[in-house]
Design a protein around this ligand. Structure first.
Ligand SMILES: [Zn+2]
Length: 351
């Protein structure tokens, strides 16, 4: 079974290593969740590769910003990023992605059109979609948005879990609603319109609820949240409520299910592990609520803590077995594994 995945953080992982230009860490195999040899073995045909700017060294690490409450826990929100810092980081990670392509002897391609994506899936070339997670590298005037498009960006997450010039990301906390603050700014609304015009996929992951509804009102493209889970099962602001999930389905959009244990299975206190079946539970919940044609994978490999039973990208076939066991038909399975992503990308991109 071919697999197409909605989110991974391998670029950020390499960018934070001792050798941030080292493409072998991916192409020849490395540590962590995702590399080319293990991915190919598991049927991983491609996915969205995130260009994400983490907090600068001046910000205390997130683990030091956790506090427990009577009913759960909360992490202090990351502060806004400086434009120059975010812009420089994004450029070096985009450079890294194309270095991987360049060093891959034709086995890995950053796809710019749906035709290229389909060709890659057919010819078993790993397909990467350049995804910007958080719009901080984009100027509020949007004057450099076309430059990022030219560089290959075809997918944009408006926010990570922090505020920026365009909108407000949700904090990591339990329990909590995604309705955590104001909606999109004027610049954020312009960003939606311009992404629609250019054919850039807009990702609602990490965005707060008012921003979600502003996007739903404005956008002409299918709604997408690339890595999230069901709020109806785990009430965290990062997860989508039933009402939000139904809105995604109404636009023929898709939700990628994250493998993050604390979004899938966590309770009032952060947990260290969860069974693989917790991923299936969220897929089943969303499939029953809005239809299996609106659910897919959005692993967040190398960006989060995943079930130890899954281990890394090699665990994908176990998930497929569990989906079959859970009663999904072959057609539904193919949708979840790659066709739902393919449909939404084709419908969103201009070419
Ligand atoms: Zn994320």
């Amino acid at each position: 079974m071919k697999l197409f995945d909605g989110h991974n953080d391998i670029l950020n992982k390499i960018n934070h290593s001792d050798d941030p230009k080292n493409t072998r860490a991916f192409l020849e195999g490395g540590e962590g969740h995702l590399d080319f040899p293990r991915a190919i073995k598991a049927g991983f045909a491609g996915g969205f590769f995130a260009v994400y700017t983490s907090d600068p060294p001046s910000v205390p690490p997130i683990e030091e910003r956790k506090f427990l409450t009577d009913v759960g826990y909360s992490f202090t929100l990351s502060p806004p990023l400086n434009y120059d810092y975010a812009h420089q980081t994004a450029l070096s990670m985009i450079d890294l992605l194309f270095r991987i392509e360049n060093d891959s002897s034709g086995k890995f391609q950053v796809v710019l059109t749906s035709q290229e994506l389909e060709n890659c899936l057919e010819k078993e070339i790993m397909a990467a979609i350049l995804h910007l997670e958080g719009a901080e590298p984009i100027l509020p005037s949007l004057e450099n948005l076309p430059i990022f498009y030219e560089k290959g960006m075809r997918s944009l997450g408006i926010t990570w879990s922090r505020p920026n010039a365009f909108g407000h990301g949700v904090p990591f906390l339990y329990p909590g609603s995604p309705d955590t603050g104001p909606g999109l700014t004027r610049e954020g609304k312009n960003l939606i319109k311009t992404c629609n015009e250019l054919g850039i996929l807009i990702d609602l992951a990490h965005l707060n609820e008012k921003g979600f509804w502003d996007t739903a009102d404005l956008s002409t493209a299918p709604l997408v949240s690339s890595h999230t889970a069901a709020h109806g099962l785990i009430p965290k602001p990062r997860n989508l409520t039933d009402k939000q999930l139904k809105a995604v389905a109404e636009t023929n959009g898709v939700v990628g299910i994250i493998f993050s244990i604390n979004d899938l299975d966590g309770g009032p206190r952060p947990i260290k592990d969860a069974p693989i079946s917790s991923i299936i539970k969220h897929i089943r919940y969303i499939a029953d609520l809005i239809g299996p044609e609106h659910v897919a994978f959005g692993s967040d490999l190398d960006g989060t803590l995943i079930p130890s039973g899954l281990g890394d990208v090699s665990g994908f076939p176990k998930l497929i077995d569990l989906l079959i066991e859970d009663g999904f038909s072959q057609a539904e399975l193919e949708g979840i594994c790659y066709q739902n992503w393919l449909r939404v990308v084709k419908e969103t991109w201009k070419s």
